[in-house]
Design a protein around this ligand. Structure first.
Ligand SMILES: Nc1ncnc2c1ncn2[C@@H]1O[C@H](COP(=O)(O)OP(=O)(O)OP(=O)(O)O)[C@@H](O)[C@H]1O
Length: 250
């Protein structure tokens, strides 16, 4: 089946990104279809975070084109605002507002950015907090929660904006091992519900379970794109083999 342009939600064409003179993304081309789940992996410093941060313009690019649901990202604030409103992002550090309760954290952006009324924002927040199985923590402050719970709040907060896609940047790497599973289970649930997702993660069990495609990066380039089955069983590139050998050892 060939993808029509209507099926393509995120598109990166010939993207080049520099930090000063350092060439961080080299001719990156990527299309993500609606409902597709992508796991982005690769050695430290290969450009994975940079790639997903470019998608909502947390990082500006030097050249190339990024189009999200028909909106072409330019330096103009208007297109940046549209894309940030539509694409949810979850970081390694949960970035919750410490002085606001869990509920308030989840209500803020829908009210401020989407102009949703308070009662509706609260109902939506409670619904998504239930969905990530944390509804009973709504009135606590972030510091009163475990890392895994805080990360689930961060996911619920992103979902409250009813995003068309979710970007995850190593969402479990700051967590204690016993909390990783609860966050991955939440992400698996989202994937099953059909969310379009790009996940930077080293959780290869998760990749096997939900990814439609695994993308392997090294030195700022996409080196291999494959189904998880093919990628794990028979990676085509030596660098991918070396990477898998290393992480599957741990
Ligand atoms: N703000 C910045 N200024 C300068 N260099 C940066 C900046 N952010 C990232 N880099 C460099 O760009 C390269 C890619 O970084 P990036 O964080 O995208 O890699 P990554 O694959 O996500 O790595 P990790 O798995 O360690 O998080 C690295 O060499 C990094 O040092």
């Amino acid at each position: 089946m060939t993808a029509t342009s209507a099926d393509i939600l995120i598109r990166m064409d010939n993207v080049e990104k520099y930090y000063g003179s350092f060439h961080a993304l080299k001719n990156v081309n990527l299309t993500v279809q609606r409902g597709e789940k992508i796991v982005l992996c690769g050695p430290s410093g290969s450009g994975k975070s940079t790639l997903i941060r470019c998608i909502n313009h947390l990082e500006p690019i030097k050249s190339g084109r990024i189009v999200v649901d028909g909106t072409e990202l330019s330096d103009g604030q208007k297109s940046i605002d549209i894309v940030r409103r539509e694409v949810g992002m979850v970081f390694q550090q949960f970035n919750l507002f410490p002085h606001m309760t869990v509920l308030e954290n989840c209500m803020l952006a829908p009210m401020r950015v989407r102009g949703v009324k308070r009662e509706e924002a609260e109902a939506t927040a409670r619904r998504f907090l239930e969905r990530v199985r944390i509804g009973n923590q709504a009135d606590k402050y972030p510091a009163q929660l475990s890392g895994g719970q805080q990360q689930r709040v961060a996911i619920a907060r992103a979902l409250c904006m009813e995003p068309i896609a979710m970007l995850f940047d190593e969402p479990t790497s700051a967590l204690d091992p016993e909390m990783v599973k609860e966050v991955l289970d939440t992400m698996v649930g989202l994937a099953r519900d059909g969310m379009t997702m790009i996940c930077v993660t080293h959780e290869m069990g998760f990749a096997r379970q939900v990814a439609d495609r695994v993308i392997f990066m090294a030195d700022g380039e996409i080196i291999e794109e494959n189904t998880p089955e093919a990628f794990f069983q028979a990676p085509r590139h030596e660098r991918a083999r070396a990477f898998l050998g290393e992480i599957l050892h741990h």
